[in-house]
Design a binder for this molecule. Structure first.
Ligand code: HEC
Length: 304
């Protein structure tokens, strides 16, 4: 199993932004632990003292001490909560820092239930479009502009991130967005600059032409089916915009937003019956004759 398949952990940061969030977590965790210990101590003390005293003393001195204690505890609570608020706001501001001119900007759009990814560039022909998988160069700041067609349409959330070391990291939809919310993951692949450059220029290319007769037949099957209404394969007539771009499908590690590994068998299973893999998702089932299905997955498997 690869590390990203084991899940995600906020306790194992791999970049300065994630490290800030972890530091905030530690502050909250420690302060809460101390407050909890003090409250428990006070409770035990009260139980112990209450048990020893049978009659409640009704002298003014005790009342005054109690009054003082409660006031002090109330004040301490306000001070602690205010302190935590200041630290949280500080972290929030640091996370949305946008002052690096060398930053890479990636537009990420949430659909039900997959991620559209577009790398921004002044020059439209240098914009990479893909889905469910983001590649970033290690050590370079990245601005993620998150938006959604289904959740808060038109609202853009900006996040700044940077990977300190190469690796494959898993991300997950964090706002409940319907039936398949849990099957809406995305992978971030951090790699060194040359590897990132190579990936980027490969993604800019139109789709690979089929390598053999079976692949060619698969290309015709794709073009003749409804697939083209929803999916784009650049370099062909398929230019649907409501589903993941398949131009370089075979270069990705997973299918259906992290739901299945990208293997021949899973690809066939997905195309025939996407509804039992991810019930309610917006891709219809396809009852294809075996030869056509075989050719189709050969074609799609060649889209590196
Ligand atoms: C009505 C629109 C629609 C049609 C028609 C359609 N799809 Fe899809 N397809 C989708 C959507 C939406 C997704 C994303 C589903 C999800 O992950 O929630 C998807 C996902 C996929 C994926 C996985 C892509 C990825 O990167 O995870 C493949 C492969 C795929 N479709 C192939 C096909 C093929 C082949 C056909 C034709 C036989 C087809 N689709 C027809 C809408 C469609």
């Amino acid at each position: 199993m690869e590390p990203w398949q084991a899940g995600q952990s906020a306790l194992d940061p791999a970049g300065p932004q994630a490290a800030r969030i972890l530091a905030l977590y530690h502050v909250h965790h420690r302060v809460s632990a101390i407050v909890y210990a003090l409250v428990m101590l006070a409770l035990l003390l009260a139980v112990w003292r209450g048990g020893r005293r049978t009659a409640v003393a009704d002298d003014r001195g005790t009342h005054r001490t109690l009054y003082g204690l409660v006031t002090a505890a109330g004040l301490a609570t306000v001070v602690v909560l205010f302190g935590l608020l200041v630290v949280s706001i500080g972290t929030g501001r640091a996370l949305s820092r946008l002052d690096d001119p060398d930053a890479l900007t990636i537009q990420v759009t949430g659909y039900q239930w997959w991620w559209g990814v577009e790398y921004q560039d002044q020059n439209a022909s240098l914009r990479v479009r893909t889905a469910n998988e983001i590649h970033i160069p290690v050590g370079r700041p990245v601005i993620i502009k998150g938006t959604s067609t289904d959740l808060i349409p038109g609202h853009t959330t900006t996040r700044w991130l940077q990977a300190d070391r190469p690796g494959v990291y898993r991300g997950q939809c964090a706002e409940f967005c319907g039936l398949q919310h849990a099957h809406m993951a995305l992978l971030v692949i951090a790699e060194d600059e040359p590897a990132f450059r190579a990936w980027y220029s490969a993604q800019l290319q139109p789709a690979a032409e089929p390598a053999d007769a079976v692949g060619l037949h698969g290309q015709q099957v794709f073009a003749a089916q409804s697939c083209v209404l929803c999916h784009t394969i650049r370099g062909t007539l398929a230019n649907g915009m409501t589903a993941p771009d398949l131009t370089h499908l075979a270069s990705r590690r997973t299918l259906a937003a992290g739901t299945l590994p990208n293997t021949r068998g899973h690809l066939a299973g997905w195309i025939v019956d996407p509804q039992s893999v991810k019930p309610g998702n917006h891709m219809p089932s396809n009852g294809l004759p075996p030869d056509d299905l075989n050719a189709l997955i050969t074609y799609l498997g060649g889209l590196r």
